[in-house]
Write a protein that binds this ligand. Structure first.
Ligand code: LCS
Length: 393
């Protein structure tokens, strides 16, 4: 675990070495499928786990290891596992830790495919899931049964920006023997460290803030203990959803500027959220940095910054939202979030379309909800773009 006295800004720049010995300041890209053995005895010892070393990139690679070590350090975790995407990370956790007849309690507000992975795919294998409002810890506690093996939280949740009380929910889940997995994609370890709040596992879509430049698909699992690391490592190696060396290199490079990017995302998003909240065409804005967020006080206790993503709805509902999305010019009409450029999208027809209308309604994903991921441009330019688009709505 990283020395807790080292400041997060310093960790972003320095965390993560692979132990390779060329002296290169930046870990090189080991673009290789295999690693040569010195002898048959050496190869056999590596396969038997009697000696440390690299065998085959699906089973480990120094460039990937350097990035994994950086994210584990930032999350104050034990070790991490780089995956091909955020969904590959989530699927690895589910397939490694769930068995037929297990029960899962999951946030009702999660990225669409996370919900459908449980409700459609894992359901086929005999896993049942209760989707609850995790903004209300009592609902989570009420949903726990003797068969509950996992509680899965997204805080803030995608796309309604609801928060979950990670500490309170973890205490209840642990009392019943369930593991707590937190998707920390929206705030990144720079603003929130779920493992320090008691959670057992953190997952990320590296595609978002950690890489930060909208040019990589990747995911990661961070764990607190060696036993769970070994279980998940074997599942990942066998199912094969690993990240490749070049994407790991890009993510690791992105992490070096995570602190400055996150500070700018939060500064800009706070200004944009205040602007939207005061605009007569806007019904509501949900952003953890606004005092009007119903869980503003909880946020102050569990994260150190509000991040860069918000949801809002216009007075004219879906039609007005559609008009806005078609009239912005600086803000890009595109899915994903957490990159340096501002992105705007419509969850009901895009990221959360895989949920049915009823599931979306239960999760509060209204047809008029617009999601905005505020980038690191000058915020006056972002606001000017939104203003000109709102004037035409
Ligand atoms: N977790 C969260 C909170 C996400 O927002 C996403 C993707 C994932 C996991 C999956 O990560 P991926 O496999 O894409 O790396 N969210 C997206 C979104 O809101 N728009 O496009 C992708």
């Amino acid at each position: 675990m990283a020395d807790p006295r080292i400041h997060p800004q310093t960790l972003c720049v320095h965390a993560g070495t692979s132990g390779e010995e060329s002296g290169a300041l930046v870990p090189p890209i080991y673009q290789t499928s295999s690693f040569r053995f010195e002898s048959t005895a050496h190869g056999a010892a590596l396969f038997a786990g009697e000696q440390d070393g690299y065998i085959y990139t699906r089973m480990g690679n120094p460039t990937v290891a350097a990035m994994e070590n950086a994210v584990a350090a930032l999350e104050q975790g034990h070790k991490s596992l780089g995956c091909a995407s955020g969904m590959a990370a989530i699927n690895t956790v589910f397939s490694g830790l769930l068995s037929a007849s297990d029960h899962v309690v999951c946030s009702r507000v999660v990225y669409g495919p996370t919900a459908t992975l449980l409700s459609r795919i894992y359901k086929k294998y005999g896993v049942t899931t209760s989707f609850v409002n995790t903004a209300d810890s009592k609902e989570v506690i009420h949903a726990l049964t003797p068969k509950t093996r996992m509680v899965f939280l997204e805080s803030p949740g995608n796309p309604t920006i609801d928060l979950a009380d990670i500490k309170e929910i973890t205490q209840a889940a642990h009392a019943g023997g369930a593991v707590v997995v937190v998707d920390n994609t929206f705030l990144s370890p720079y603003f929130q460290k779920p493992l320090l709040l008691g959670a057992d596992i953190v997952v990320h879509s590296l595609t978002k803030f950690l890489n930060g430049h909208a040019d990589v698909i990747g995911g990661i699992i961070v764990v607190k203990d060696e036993d769970r690391y070994q279980v998940l490592r074997k599942v990942l190696n066998q199912t094969g959803g690993v990240i490749d060396p070049f994407n790991s290199f890009l993510v690791h490079r992105g992490i070096k500027t995570l602190s400055v990017r996150m500070e700018q995302h939060a500064r800009n998003a706070t200004a944009v959220a205040r602007f939207l909240e005061n605009h007569p065409g806007v019904t509501w804005v949900r952003y953890p940095g606004l005092k009007s967020h119903p869980q503003y006080d909880l946020g102050q206790t569990q994260h150190s910054g509000p991040g860069g993503v918000m949801a809002f709805e216009l007075k004219g509902g879906y039609r007005a939202g559609e008009a806005l999305l078609n009239r912005v010019t600086l803000c890009n009409l595109a899915v994903s979030l957490g990159g340096v450029e501002t992105l705007i999208q419509h969850p009901a027809s895009m990221t959360h379309a895989s949920l049915g209308r009823e599931e979306r309604k239960a999760a509060g994903v209204t047809d008029g909800l617009v999601r905005l991921s505020v980038g690191i441009e000058n915020c006056d330019d972002i606001i000017a773009d939104l203003l000109q688009a709102l004037e035409q709505v």
